[in-house]
Design a protein around this ligand. Structure first.
Ligand SMILES: NC(=O)c1ccc[n+]([C@@H]2O[C@H](COP(=O)([O-])OP(=O)(O)OC[C@H]3O[C@@H](n4cnc5c(N)ncnc54)[C@H](OP(=O)(O)O)[C@@H]3O)[C@@H](O)[C@H]2O)c1
Length: 328
């Protein structure tokens, strides 16, 4: 074990950086299960405790994979999973948050994970057809039944957070937060702080783009979902690459990689912030964890932010349909 520091999401203690497991089953092209399990084991060996999955990732494959990886090591792990997308990838989005669905989804996740409880159970997207009180009420019953320890929401708006938290304490909000997605800073993060809700930034590396690794979508496999995301589209990609070029220079001057610079910036958002960079590779995992030790001065933070101003980020973070399901 290394000395990965601990941070708290509400009352839940977790490693200061978690591991996003989505790409091991979903979204970013073909994966190799043996490689993914080796990366998961390496993460636990290095002191990562928070593993992030969802029933949606690979239509259950990701939870089964995590279940295999944590078998025999359950006590070392804070298992976070999500429910809410009732469609499969590629089908029209269908979000469900009715009480019967919450109960059914939890049973299915417990079975796939091979565990008797989930440490942090998130609603993946708020169901606009169902009052949040019903959804969180059903989630609270899972806590009372011992099947879930802590509750979370993903991409919920400020008003929903308040209503949800009035039903049962919400431990964490998992939403996109990175140098190129800062939407939650104005209204949502302050509400989380007022209520004591921890913040879990997803896609903190801008889906890999902020590592400086990509210069063309030709580098992505045919099945990679980033091909359909506006920021990777022709015209936008070139403009976003100009931003990454500036981040590359700042990283080089600091003696770190561009991905580490981007992660360190997220980690400097506050002690209640626990990013979950996603990777399938041990090498990237180690590089990302090393970013925990990077200190950025106020001048360095300002220079990083000046290199990536919101008005210069080209393209929305999701397509128009997916955007209707965030910040609800
Ligand atoms: N709640 C939600 O709606 C939601 C949405 C999206 C994601 N998430 C969660 O957040 C996690 C992280 O988000 P994400 O995976 O979308 O995006 P991300 O963490 O910003 O980036 C992941 C991508 O960056 C690459 N990468 C990681 N470390 C790298 C490094 N040091 N150098 C170069 N490339 C590196 C990965 O490559 P390899 O995979 O090839 O290693 C992968 O392609 C997911 O795994 C998932 O658990 C949640």
């Amino acid at each position: 074990m290394t000395d990965v520091p601990t941070r708290h999401l509400g009352s839940l203690a977790v490693s200061a950086q978690g591991l996003g497991c989505m790409g091991m089953s979903h979204g970013y092209g073909a994966s190799d299960d043996a490689q993914s399990i080796a990366t998961l084991h390496h993460a636990l060996d290095l002191g990562v405790t928070l593993l992030d999955t969802a029933d949606f990732y690979g239509a259950g494959h990701n939870e089964e994979l995590i279940g295999r990886a944590v078998a025999g090591r359950r006590d070392q792990v804070v298992l976070a999973t999500k429910f809410g997308f009732a469609n499969r990838l590629g089908e029209p989005v269908r979000v469900r948050g009715d009480a019967a669905y919450v109960r059914q989804a939890c049973e299915a996740s417990l079975r796939r994970l091979g565990v008797d409880h989930i440490d942090l159970y998130y609603q993946h997207r708020v169901d606009p057809q169902v009052p949040i009180e019903e959804t969180v009420g059903a989630m609270a019953e899972l806590v009372q039944a011992g099947k879930v320890r802590h509750l979370g929401l993903s991409e919920a708006g400020a008003h929903t957070l308040r209503r949800a938290h009035a039903v049962h304490p919400i431990t964490a909000l998992q939403s996109e937060w990175s140098l190129w997605t800062r939407d939650l800073e104005a209204e949502i993060a302050p509400v989380c702080r007022e209520l004591g809700i921890g913040l879990v930034p997803f896609s903190p590396l801008g889906r890999g783009f902020l590592t400086g690794r990509y210069s063309s979508v030709d580098e992505l496999s045919e099945t990679d979902m980033r091909r359909g995301q506006p920021r990777f589209a022709d015209g936008n990609l070139e403009r976003n690459l100009a931003i990454v070029a500036q981040l590359n220079e700042l990283a080089e001057a600091k003696g770190v990689t561009t991905g580490q610079l981007a992660l360190a910036w997220v980690q400097h958002r506050g002690d209640d912030v626990v990013p979950i960079p996603g990777t399938r590779r041990q090498r990237y995992l180690e590089e990302n964890l090393a970013a925990l030790a990077i200190e950025l001065s106020a001048e360095e933070l300002a220079a990083i932010e000046a290199a990536a101003p919101a008005e210069e980020i080209a393209g929305t973070r999701y397509d128009a349909t997916s955007l209707t399901f965030v910040d609800n």
